[in-house]
Design a protein around this ligand. Structure first.
Ligand code: 13P
Ligand code: SF4
Length: 349
């Protein structure tokens, strides 16, 4: 077994060997040991844009999860190869919407509502779902641009189907003034639509998916903070439940959270509802502020954490030895349709 110092040295040597031919993007939820080798860090929107703009890199070793590597592959040229250091780095939310379930849902909704629906999918979804959305004139969204994209979709048709995160969909639509009574939830397991009130009044259909990390922040956590430390501000990611977002002082994407904390005056107190690695990093980077996790047990994303120093070294070392492992390659037809959805988003915001 190699020591951490040896692994660090080797990774650096391989990075120097490849130079510009190698690009390592890292999502903000990655571990510090991995982030320190990232050429760029970002939230999912920034990483999608950066992958598209980077023409020099022959190899993109993606430090994030599977759907992000797929997106990077679809947005880059054929001569660029995307590698995921651990194939088990998936996303439980993306796995909550599969394509067969989605086709079934779409047919059922059309029986109920006719051709009145534009599909939108959070980028946290498989390439197949993105392709489905592209094929039906919809678009992808990220947590940084969900508001603009939902607004856009509602100018296209009367209704939207929002996949796969019910919370981001509900929080965003509510922010735009759509009452909860005009939202329904499609349960892909029971294959039924859950709603209250008049079915024809429904404008937003939310897929019943969620992020297993952000669902761990509860109203109990916020009530406890309010009661014991009324001067501590609460900031959460919109993948948190609606009730939690309603109780928070601020809600926004990963990038919004970082910028808000950075800009906050020294001495201020914060409670953050997002992934553990990012909260820990914000604590380190803002020693002049008092920062805690909204859930005191912290909330790691176990799949993001599968990318660690040994996996990064293994992927890079194998690449240096001329072998292609863990390449993420989306087929040409899926890419064509999924890119229609991705490009609509990139052109709008
Ligand atoms: P953003 O990077 O868009 O804030 O998304 C958070 C997330 O859960 C990524 O998996
Ligand atoms: Fe998926 Fe949630 Fe992990 Fe993001 S934080 S990769 S949405 S499980």
């Amino acid at each position: 077994e190699q020591s951490e110092q040896e692994m660090i040295k080797q990774i650096q040597a391989i990075k120097d060997f490849f130079g510009e031919k190698l690009y390592i993007p890292g999502h903000h939820y990655q571990k510090d040991e991995v982030i320190k080798f990232a050429d760029d860090t970002g939230d999912s929107l920034q990483l999608a844009r950066l992958a598209q703009q980077n023409k020099a890199a022959e190899y993109i070793v993606f430090c994030g999860v599977h759907f992000m590597a797929e997106t990077a592959d679809m947005l880059t040229g054929d001569n660029q190869k995307v590698i995921l250091p651990d194939m088990r780095a998936g996303c439980s939310m993306a796995d909550m919407a599969d394509i067969i379930q989605t086709h079934y849902c779409w047919n059922e909704l059309h029986q109920l509502f006719g051709d009145t629906i534009t599909p939108l999918t959070y980028v946290n979804s498989t390439a197949d779902i993105k392709a489905f959305v592209g094929k039906h004139q919809g678009a992808t969204v990220t947590s940084s641009n969900a508001k603009q994209m939902v607004q856009w979709a509602l100018t296209q048709k009367q209704r939207i189907l929002f996949l796969p995160d019910q919370h981001l969909g509900r929080n965003t639509a509510y922010d735009l003034g759509i009452p909860l009574t005009e939202m329904a939830v499609w349960d892909p397991i029971k294959q039924e639509l859950e709603y209250t009130g008049d079915v024809q009044a429904i404008r937003v259909i939310l897929w019943k998916g969620h992020c297993s990390v952000h669902e761990n922040f509860t109203t109990k956590n916020s009530s406890y903070t309010r009661e014991h430390e009324p001067d501590r501000k609460i900031i959460v990611h919109p993948e948190c439940k609606w009730e939690v977002v309603q109780q928070a002082d601020f809600a926004g994407s990963t990038n919004y959270i970082i910028e808000t904390i950075k800009a906050a005056p020294a001495g201020t107190k914060w409670s953050i509802g997002t992934e553990m690695n990012l909260v820990k990093r914000l604590i380190q980077q803002n020693p002049d502020k008092d920062i805690v996790s909204l859930n005191p047990y912290m909330c790691p994303c176990l799949t993001m954490n599968r990318i660690d120093l040994p996996h990064l070294l293994w992927a890079l070392d194998t690449l240096k030895n001329g072998e292609m492992i863990n390449q993420i390659k989306v087929d040409e037809r899926t890419t064509r349709y999924a890119n229609m959805a991705l490009e609509k988003m990139l052109a709008t915001v």
